[in-house]
Write a protein that binds this ligand. Structure first.
Ligand SMILES: [Zn+2]
Length: 270
């Protein structure tokens, strides 16, 4: 992505921030600060900024879990970038087998799940051993980050390609049909109504006037729908190419989509 600033390298993977991330960081800081309404506003915003930073560090850890498991299967990760809708890990190739795809896809939610459980334990410990308003707010911040990690794990397991759950679904179909292209087409096709459903959910919530933050689901759902449609079209072309290839008896392996952008929407918003 252009307009991306490199913040460093870890495990030989470039970590970057796209300029659009600043908007979602500010948004999340504000949303969390509003939840700390009992604090003075400067302190509430400081807590919000720290919490939001912890959420995005958690998201980065989720991405690195994908990247490090991918490396075990011989797939290098060029970069991990935070942007408006979450994080994206750019892998140089598609996973070499359905087994590799499943292992790589589940690594991220597993990492988020572990972080969530550790956070819950820390939250319980803080609640049991500390007293006072500030300590309670710190404990609640830890609890929020724990829940955010749990939501991140669960949301990304939805079977909507190119999210993790959609990749697991594709791997299962890939193994069953022995066709990477057909499996990708099916997984992306299923992902379209799921992503559109997220838009519908956001519109429903907005129409009933619950919270303006629900507008996020409309934006995120719209983005995911677009991603699914583009991935589906690409997959259909690959299916067609595979058909030609089979007909012409060239006997080559199925086509692979160039590169592999692994998408992690940051669903847990206040
Ligand atoms: Zn993931």
């Amino acid at each position: 992505m252009s307009q991306t600033f490199t913040v460093g390298r870890l495990f030989d993977i470039r970590v970057g921030i796209h300029v659009s991330w600043l908007a979602v960081y500010a948004f999340l800081t504000y949303a969390i600060a509003a939840a700390f309404g009992s604090l003075g506003s400067t302190q509430a915003y400081a807590m919000g900024a720290l919490c939001a930073l912890a959420v995005f560090l958690s998201l980065t850890a989720h991405e690195f879990a994908h990247a490090l498991v991918a490396r075990r299967y011989g797939v290098r990760t060029q970069s991990i970038t935070l942007f408006l809708f979450g994080g994206v890990a750019t892998l140089e190739n598609e996973p070499p087998s359905p087994r590799a795809e499943i292992a790589i896809a589940l690594a991220g939610p597993a990492a988020s799940g572990v972080l969530g459980l550790v956070g819950c334990g820390l939250f319980a410990l803080l609640i049991a051993t500390t007293h006072g308003r500030l300590a309670r707010d710190v404990a609640e911040s830890v609890g929020y980050i724990a829940v955010a990690n749990g939501v991140l794990a669960a949301f990304n397991l939805l079977p909507s390609f190119p999210m993790d759950g959609g990749r697991v679904l594709r791997a299962v179909l890939w193994r069953r049909w022995n066709s990477h292209a057909r499996a990708t087409a099916a997984a992306t096709f299923i992902g379209i109504p799921l992503a559109a459903g997220l838009v519908g959910y956001g519109v429903f919530e907005l129409a009933h006037g619950h919270r303006w933050q629900d507008g996020w689901y409309v934006l995120l759902g719209g983005f995911l729908t677009l991603q699914s449609v583009v991935a589906y079209r690409t997959a259909r072309e690959a299916v067609a190419a595979e058909g030609v290839r089979l007909e012409s008896q060239l006997g080559l392996a199925g086509p692979t989509l160039a590169g592999s952008a692994r998408l992690e929407p940051s669903a847990p918003i206040a």
